[in-house]
Ligand binder design. Structure first.
Ligand code: NAP
Length: 254
């Protein structure tokens, strides 16, 4: 196997479609349980791969080196095998920053919530810091040092301006769920949902109803794949490749 994606459940993935539009390699979807994951990473029989839930952090001990962004984020979603030596990258950082910039979301000085505390939350946190957000609060179901509860965010931080959903709540097929009721957040300026299936989640639909700018995760998905393909092929692509693929996927949803 040369190029592809590893993760636990990949039935929902659009990565094959996106990568095969970006470049002319074949891209395989490889679902792995924990035992298979260990064997796969130990064998190193691939040229370059992407990594998704739940292996973005678990993959780090198998690598020989980490690119600076992956080190700063603490999670890896792209690995390149050069002569048996594995280097880990994080392209979610680029994808999330691209999503923010394309949608002109103001971050500087704003209080931001990150809902969920998994792999994607780490990339989101690094980007929000990089864009000089004000206070950044990570909201978790099991709050510990550095995170707050959903109750605390409602009761004590209703002035939040930017809300980013990095939980899977609202994702297909459980589209009826929402991680947070937006009603108390009267000063909220934008809701960014990393979910792209469905395109409009219960959370982003509520944002729209309340007149809050909302963005889904589809553009981030295409942008992070573009940077991953650059690492795979050691070749730069123009950002202009992102938009037509994004539009084509978007039309498939409509
Ligand atoms: P993950 O590592 O499993 O983390 C998700 C976090 O969400 C968990 O750590 C958990 O935090 C919280 N969570 C999980 N189930 C929940 C529930 N039922 N209710 C409330 N909170 C829950 O996954 P991930 O890699 O960060 O990905 C998260 C989401 O982002 C997925 O939907 C994924 O598809 C999406 N994503 C999109 C892109 C893109 O390009 N658009 C890129 C990466 C990820 P607590 O236990 O602390 O509450």
């Amino acid at each position: 196997m040369r190029y592809g994606l590893i993760g636990e459940k990949l039935g929902h993935s659009y990565s094959k479609i996106i990568h095969e539009k970006l470049a002319d390699y074949r891209y395989d979807l490889i679902p792995l349980n924990q035992e298979e994951f260990d064997k796969f990473m130990t064998a190193r029989e691939f040229t370059a791969i992407n990594v998704t839930i739940p292996y973005k952090q678990r993959v780090i001990p198998y690598l020989d080196e980490l690119h600076s962004t992956a080190r700063a984020v603490g999670a890896v979603n792209t690995i390149v095998n050069r002569g048996g030596k594995l280097t880990g990258y994080n392209t979610d950082f680029y994808g999330f920053e691209y999503m923010i910039q394309k949608n002109a979301i103001p971050i500087n000085g704003r209080t931001c919530f990150i809902l969920g505390n998994g792999g994607a939350a780490k990339a989101v946190l690094a980007v929000l810091k990089h864009l000089q957000a004000g206070e950044i609060l990570i909201v978790s179901r099991t709050p510990s040092k550095g995170t707050i509860s959903y109750e605390e965010c409602r009761l004590r931080h209703s002035d939040a301006k930017i809300i980013v959903n990095t939980t899977p709540v609202g994702m297909y097929p459980n589209t009826n769920g929402s991680p947070l009721d937006l009603t108390p957040f009267k000063n909220c300026e934008a809701v960014l949902d990393l979910i792209y299936n469905p395109l409009h989640t219960k959370l982003t639909l509520q944002a729209k109803e309340l007149g809050i700018q909302s963005v889904n995760g589809l553009l981030m998905l295409v942008a992070q794949a573009k940077q991953a393909a650059e690492y795979f092929l050691a070749q730069e692509f123009d950002d202009a490749v992102i938009e037509p693929i994004y539009q084509e996927l978007l039309s498939g949803f409509l």
